[in-house]
Design a protein around this ligand. Structure first.
Ligand code: NAD
Length: 443
């Protein structure tokens, strides 16, 4: 099957590569010519485990190709996937300008009937807008062709994107067209041999499903952070509470880790966009607003704990920071808690010595060269000469630590652990002050 994918970001590139890997003919198109040039040269612009070899293999077989030529791309695929970004607008709603620009491009170049697949996360009603935009462009050309638009939201997680795409819990397709159902079944047939997981539903239900899923997951995180903050003030250990509630199958263990707040390109913007959508239909989504504000507050906690540990005197201090990406196994720093912390530290006159296994390049791209930011070669270098250590991301390599050695490195024996990686007793036995999230200390 011939498939076109607009957008070669985390979602577009993974979707295109995985679909090529199961035998489809895929053309990926992007307006970013630098990105396409790098992809053509076999260089992967993002870090995603397993992706590089898969891209190379499928390019070599001729099933995966990259272009900036939108005309060529539109004529290529029966299915035209839209996987471009939907960043938050000034008021928090999803900005559809990239999605609608693609719709316009499809309308401009299509010479035969097409099926457009909305893979980007888009508010309820967007499929209608996309159809309208394509139709408008067709009308301006004086051409009459058929276009059908379906919703096929993506549920992959960065860091496990290939596994999620190929073994996801479900594949959602919102459409009422039998032809579209047939084509989408053909597209995803290789993934549903083992188990039927293709779920057809109304377009609007499919669009809302994506937001509902992300809002639910964000709610679990904010809920647990709320409990952690309470535990901290009540002298209880939230890790024990977490195990206690997770054992109830109605609650479960997934997504109830307390920490320094959720980040990334999806939860913050999707919760905000859904709240905005609610406002548009005159509904006050109180729970969503609370989920967001709890998270914003939580992202400040690392700084607050540090400031308390130093009695507010952070000026001139050097803070070692382990983990920059918003979660492990990705280089993505969009809305990462590390950014909230670094920016607050700089504001307070402190310097940062940071290390992350994958996000160093991205950090340099975001903040450039500055005197108060040293990007260290490894975790050991990051703590050399530092006053205290903060952990922002739970990369595997941070999980075990020689506390006695660390104590010898830091001028103040302080660890602020935003991911609750260590056993508080062992850390304290080594003579370090340990400030985690919800673990019985009241900082
Ligand atoms: P991204 O920012 O990594 O990539 C978007 C790409 O689209 C960029 O390379 C950009 O140059 C390209 N683009 C913009 N306009 C274009 C156009 N007119 N034609 C062709 N290419 C164009 O974004 P992403 O993280 O892959 O997210 C894409 C969508 O998928 C968003 O709606 C997001 O909410 C959703 N989503 C993301 C994830 C995730 O984990 N990143 C997971 C599920 C869903």
């Amino acid at each position: 099957m011939k498939i076109t994918i607009f957008g070669t970001g985390y979602v577009g590139l993974v979707t295109g590569t995985c679909l090529a890997d199961v035998g489809h003919d895929v053309m990926c198109v992007d307006v970013d010519s630098d990105k396409i040039a790098r992809l053509k040269a076999g260089e992967i612009p993002i870090y995603e485990p397993g992706l590089e070899s898969m891209v190379k293999h499928n390019v070599a077989t001729g099933r995966l190709r990259f272009t900036t030529d939108a005309k060529e791309a539109v004529s290529f695929g029966v299915l035209q996937f839209i996987a471009v970004g939907t960043p938050p607008d000034e008021d928090g709603s999803a900005d559809l300008k990239y999605v609608l620009a693609v719709a316009d491009t499809i309308g401009e170049y299509m010479q035969e009937d097409k099926v457009v697949v909305d893979k980007s996360t888009v508010p309820v009603g967007t499929a209608d807008k996309v159809k309208e935009a394509v139709g408008k462009r067709l009308a301006s050309r004086g051409v009459k062709l058929g276009v059908e638009v379906c919703s096929n939201p993506e549920f992959l997680k960065e860091g496990a994107a290939i596994e999620d795409f190929t073994h996801g819990a479900r594949i959602i397709v919102g459409t009422d067209s039998d032809r579209v159902k047939r084509l989408m079944r053909e597209c995803y047939a290789p993934y549903i041999r083992l188990q039927e997981k293709l779920m057809f539903m109304d377009v609007r239900a499919a669009e809302l499903t994506k937001y509902a899923a992300n809002a639910m997951l964000a709610t679990k995180i904010s809920f647990m952070n709320e409990i952690a903050n309470l535990a901290e003030r009540l002298g209880a250990d939230v890790e024990q509470v977490r195990r206690g509630i997770g054992s109830d199958p109605r609650i479960g263990y997934h997504f109830i880790y307390p920490g320094c707040g959720y980040g990334g390109s999806c939860f913050p913007k999707d919760v905000q966009a859904l709240e905005r959508t609610a406002r548009d239909v005159s509904y006050d989504a109180e729970l969503l607003a609370a989920v967001e504000s709890v998270n914003n507050r939580q992202k400040q906690t690392l700084f607050t704990k540090l400031a308390n540990a130093f009695d507010g005197g952070l000026k001139g201090r050097t803070i070692a920071l382990w983990g920059l990406s918003f979660k492990p196994n990705t280089d993505d720093m969009r809305d990462a808690p590390s950014r909230t912390l670094m920016e607050a530290l700089w504001e307070a006159g402190a310097s940062v010595q940071a290390y992350d296994p994958e996000a160093m390049k991205e950090c340099r791209r975001l903040y450039g060269e500055r005197d108060d930011l040293v990007l260290a070669g490894d975790r050991v270098q990051a703590v050399k000469g530092a006053d205290a250590l903060v952990i922002c991301t739970e990369w595997k390599e941070f999980r075990s630590l020689d506390f006695a050695w660390l104590k010898g490195q830091l001028s103040m024996p302080v660890i602020v652990d935003g991911r609750n990686l260590y056993d508080p007793e062992s850390v304290r036995e080594a003579g370090l002050m340990y400030y985690a999230v919800g673990r019985g200390d009241s900082l």
